[in-house]
Design a protein around this ligand. Sequence first.
Ligand code: PLP
Length: 446
Amino acid sequence: MDKASVLKESGRILDLILKKELNQEEKDRVVSDAVENYTGYVNPAILQVRKSVSTDYSFVEWEDEGAVFRDTHGVEFIDCLGGFGIYMLGHRNPHIVEIVKAQLDRYALHSQELVEPLRGYLSKLVALITPGDIQYSFITNGGAEAIEMALKLARLASGKTYFISTVNAFHGKSMGAVSATGKGVYREPYLPLIPGFQHVEYGDAEAMEKAIKNLIAVGETVAGVIIEPIQGEAGIILPPEGYLPAVREICDRYDVLLITDEIQTGMGRTGTLWAVEHSNVVPDILVMGKAFGGGVMPITGIAARPKLWDKMLENPWVLGSPTFGGNPLSCSAAIGAIHYTLEWDVPGMAAEKGNYIMDKLKELQKQYPMLKDIRGKGLLIGMEFETDEAGFALAKSMFDQRVLVAGTLNNSRVIRIEPPAVITMEQIDTVLTCMEKTLKELKGKF
Ligand SMILES: Cc1ncc(COP(=O)(O)O)c(C=O)c1O
């Protein structure tokens, strides 16, 4: 290591971070640094798939607020991707920032030994806002990590083995989470995965029952069913009416635990605080993430019914003991997010704005048949095209008009509209105008 060079480079970067305003030369330098560093030190392949990088001009994210973010040169985008669901309350919601700053000025991380008041407060609030008798929480840092905890808790509490998941489900990419995930592209490189996972078609309760029944018939045991109330990354797939209640009923009949992954659908995204509320289903374990930290801090977690906690009472560290899980800074953000979400009726905002967008998109669909389907709930909306190419062309043209929309993971055939709930009606109308212009441009080409 050349210590002098490292100090010089890190000092230069810190100056940029600490500056209120960059001059023209610094702005250009940040862009070229970013492209160079991704090429040399992150992964050059990322640059190939980003709409924001070209030889003429590369957009580098630098500041944000509300439903917009700006690049280093002040070019502003309306965010209809919402960080795949993070930004329910907008970017840097001032209420959440205020809370986190206050906590930061007191203490940021925890001693790991003393009892953590904020983790306690947050867990109590989670118990109050989750359905049924869900009571205990285990707080984590990332979505996949939370899924790991859900899977481990189900095995720990039930003493059983198998999980039934669904085809095309997305539950994250750590070893347990990717075992539950139902997309070949993410599973195949890591085979054999964790034993004991079977996948059935989403929306088919009969297939779910058969899988459980047959496993039991051949002497296996089934610990849990893991399911998204609406499949997000699969292309915003809504289950048929009555599906989730049927799955709940099957789980009860065979004494199998129901894990609902609300990492993307939770915190108001679909027009209710939790998407399971649309069908009055109470899961045994509910997984939270993304918007849980109010768009300011990374925080995820699971919450479970008390009967699942017995083994945890014997050894509180048996499930996990993540160093940063439940840290005070993240907990302060989540407490702020819960308060803001309820006080300002964020689920109501999502329902109202989502209906408005869906209605307008359905009108556009009548004029532009290249749009095969419009579906979703609240502000989790999918626009399905015939081909990947058509979806990508739409996303690219929207980006050129400074609106960010994106495909569902590695697939542009379904474009998602997932803006913050605080997006203004004026911004929504701008998005819809750009959408109409783009569809007109693309008409006949796909
Ligand atoms: C439903 C669902 N589960 C799990 C995850 C994984 O979360 P993370 O990317 O934070 O690991 C995601 C991320 O998109 C998700 O949408």
